[in-house]
Design a protein around this ligand. Structure first.
Ligand SMILES: *Cc1c(COP(=O)(O)O)cnc(C)c1O
Length: 373
């Protein structure tokens, strides 16, 4: 689905030198690379505070801990997402309340959000799925009206812009009270191991989250609150500094792949190519199609027989996972989520895709369609 080896080859001299430098100084933790990356990411995103941490799941957990949520508080999230979004809610003893997504953008449906808000709602966690921004203007309007903080799950959309109707543009992950992201290797900005970050423009929240990420420590060996150990290490930060400089080029490369797929698949009525919401810049973490009247599993297998990977993100929505069997919210009826779950298929998309590979994939899909649709 991605080609991280070819991508590395292009930045190899810079990466090898940076990693070599860290090995020479042995500043593996909290070295200057981490500080450097932090301020460069703050500048890129146009956000006051970036708090690097160990992974995207920790970023979400630390955010919810910092908001002071108490067991039983309700947190609204989509069910159509990667499990991490919802898992931390349950882990902290909070109640996940699943809301429906829009059947075109795959993202949280603002209308359904408003219906799900109760007195107990203490956070809203929209997910910018597959690289497409949620309708943040609508989400923020509803959240502000009810005084509920928004935590953006930006793990799949770093670098995306959101355009407000008044002409303002902001990076995703910097719009809500807190934004969380992941630098897992296959993410749009990925490191060579695990990594994550939290963003906020709120000084107080930033200070609290910094403490939580560091054992609740205010100064060395003085622990004011219960925290966790969640650090981005220097080697990952060094890799991320190099790749952050390329991020906009990486996004362009992904969009070009998507453009090619879109143009080619337009001839097939049964393939719905991903809708691009004009309110945002789609950064194509995934290229996810909706298949109608086509046997998805057969197409998946047909592609596999030609050594073309394709993936179902995600085969089981959160509300149908075993882990939520005991939660009341698991009973929620989410027809759009279920409908999408049975029809989505993602094709390879990455920064190093060659025309020849693209043609091979497109022709394979066409061959399948000529026989099966
Ligand atoms: C990848 C991802 C996460 C978790 O990130 P990790 O770094 O793997 O912990 C959370 N939410 C979404 C939507 C993701 O895609």
């Amino acid at each position: 689905m991605v080609d991280l080896i070819s991508q590395y080859q292009k930045i190899k001299p810079a990466v090898d030198e940076a990693i070599g430098g860290i090995l020479e100084t042995a500043q593996f933790i909290n070295g200057p690379e981490v500080k450097g990356f932090q301020s460069e990411l703050e500048e890129y995103l146009g956000v006051k505070h970036v708090i690097p941490c160990a992974n995207g799941t920790d970023a979400l957990q630390i955010s919810m801990m910092a908001l002071g949520l108490k067991p039983g508080d309700e947190v609204i999230t989509p069910s159509f997402t990667y499990i991490a979004t919802v898992e931390v809610v349950a882990l902290l003893g909070l109640k996940p309340v699943f809301v429906e997504v829009d059947d075109k953008t795959f993202c949280m449906d603002p209308e359904k959000l408003e219906e799900a808000i109760t007195d107990k709602t203490k956070a809203i966690v929209p997910v910018h799925l597959y690289g497409q921004a949620v309708n943040m203007e609508a989400i923020m309007t509803i959240a502000d009206k009810h005084g509920v903080p928004v935590v953006e799950d930006n793990a799949q959309a770093i670098g995306s812009d959101y355009h407000f109707s008044d002409g303002r543009t902001q990076k995703t992950g910097t719009i809500g009270a807190i934004g969380c992201t992941s630098f897992f290797p296959s993410k749009n900005l990925g490191c060579y191991g695990d990594g994550g970050a939290i963003c906020t423009n709120d000084d107080e929240l930033a200070a609290v989250m910094r403490q939580i990420a560091n054992h609740g420590q205010s100064k060395r060996y003085y622990h004011d609150r219960v925290g966790v150990n969640s650090r981005l290490d220097s080697i990952q930060a060094a890799v991320l500094r190099i790749k952050l400089r390329e991020l906009d080029n990486y996004i362009d490369a992904r969009q070009k792949v998507a453009d090619h797929y879109d143009a080619f698949f337009a001839q097939f009525e049964n393939i719905k190519t991903p809708v691009r919401d004009p309110r945002s810049k789609h950064v194509f973490h995934q290229y996810t199609m909706i298949l109608e009247g086509i046997d998805r599993d057969e197409l998946h297998q047909f592609l596999a027989s030609k050594e073309i990977p394709s993936m179902i993100y995600y085969p089981v929505p959160a509300h149908r996972q075993e882990m939520f069997k005991s939660f009341n919210s698991a009973a929620t009826d989410l027809p759009v989520t279920d409908w999408l779950t049975h029809r989505v298929l993602s094709l390879p998309i990455h920064t190093e895709m060659e025309q020849e590979q693209l043609d091979y994939i497109c022709n394979a899909v066409a061959e399948f369609m000529s026989v099966n649709a």
